[in-house]
Design a protein around this ligand. Sequence first.
Ligand code: THU
Length: 144
Amino acid sequence: MTSGTLSKEEQEKLFSLALTARETSYSPYSKFRVGAALMATDGTLFKGCNVENASYGAAICAERTAFVKAVSEGYLKFHALAVSTDQDDFISPCGICRQFISEFVSKDMPVFFLNKHGEHREYKFEQLLPFAFDYDTSKEYLQK
Ligand code: THU
C-alpha cells in the first residue's frame, strides 16, 4: 500500500471515523468540535479529537491526538488523514499540527478536510507545509 492511493472502501471508513471522532471532542471553551481519523499503512485506523483545558494554551488539536495515539501504539507509517468539523466550511490543520504531522508522513500523503455536510476536499501533505523543516535524523529513523 503506497501513499497517494486510497480505495473507495478505505476512504469511506476513514471519513466515517473522522466524523465520529468529533463526538468525543472536549471543547467547552471554544465549542468548536474537531475530529480526525488517521490510517496507518497497514490499514489500522486511529481517531482523535480536540481536548481543551482551562489553561487555554494547554489544548491539543484533534490531529495531534490521533498521531500521538498511533505513535504511542507503535505505528510510524501513515497512509491518509481526514479532519472533520461541525462547520459549513472546511478547516485545515493549524501550523503546530502541520509541523507535528510532517515528522511522520510522506509529502504525497493524502489529507482530507470534511465539513458538516460530509463533503470533502483532498490535498497532498506537501501542499499544507511546503519546505517543511526536517532533520536527516528523522529520515534515517523513520526510513522516509
Ligand atoms: N482545532 C483542532 O483540533 N484542529 C485544527 O485543525 C484547528 C483547531 C481545535 C483547537 C481548539 O480546541 C478548537 O479547535 C478551536 O481552535
